[in-house]
Design a protein around this ligand. Sequence first.
Ligand SMILES: Cc1cc2nc3c(=O)[nH]c(=O)nc-3n(C[C@H](O)[C@H](O)[C@H](O)COP(=O)(O)O)c2cc1C
Length: 262
Amino acid sequence: MIFWFSGTGNSEWVARMIAKMLPDDRLVNMAEAVYQGDFSYHLAEGETLGFCFPTHAWNLPLVVDDFFSHLQLTGGEQAYTYYICTCGDDCGRQHHRLKLTLQRHGLHLDMGMEIPMPNTYVCLPGFDTDSDDLMREKCRKATERVALSVQLIRERRTDEYHLIRSSWARTKTYLLGKAFRRWLMNPQDFHTTDACNGCGLCMKSCPLHNITLLPGKQRPQWKNHCTLCLGCYHRCPQQAIRFGKYTEKKGQYHRKDFLADP
Ligand SMILES: Cc1cc2nc3c(=O)[nH]c(=O)nc-3n(C[C@H](O)[C@H](O)[C@H](O)COP(=O)(O)O)c2cc1C
């Protein structure tokens, strides 16, 4: 069973690639599980247990934390357990946070893989999407790291951690990550420009069902259970969505331009 979460498609792509190569694997969308209040799962004998999601501020995304705080999993204690985390370039100590989270559920980690993929964080000065060349290069290498992950899972390799070197990792995850959640994730900082034509794609693409269209003007309105995945920002065909003051001249990332559907 692979539990996944994705805002802009990178981690979903990884989860689907793995499920395709390990055909008996079931996929569970953690955001949808949180939305539906679906937290009870049972792992059959011999089934592997995988988690796949992006790094958000060197941490687990808020919705993934939320999922773990409700998860009721049976049959997982002896299962081969792995996680794959996609990021722009640096996951900090997220791996350690996940290990502790799994321990609280009586689970241990056998394999961890961090995969750099096109960056999607654009909300602060100095953060933008990667150049096309860099995105292509990251996607090429990501394909190799997915293949390696599948090999490690098939061989049930334990104590295999393929992590990206991170300086000041503790400070990033435990100090800056917390500050980020406290001050830089307010969904009320989302707004649209006059280019918004009310197509509603943002609403449809929000994995948390957090966006409604205001009647009359058909402009999106963000409710408060946002995980700041930026799926809405990157999918807007009019590039009309802004977050705070710094997203005006930033790029968009479309996964399908760089990675074919699994
Ligand atoms: C709110 C937010 C915070 C992010 N923080 C980090 C980070 O701390 N380190 C990093 O390398 N990438 C960071 N990223 C980039 C994503 O982890 C990366 O692009 C990931 O592959 C996106 O996955 P997805 O398409 O499955 O949502 C962040 C992205 C967002 C939206």
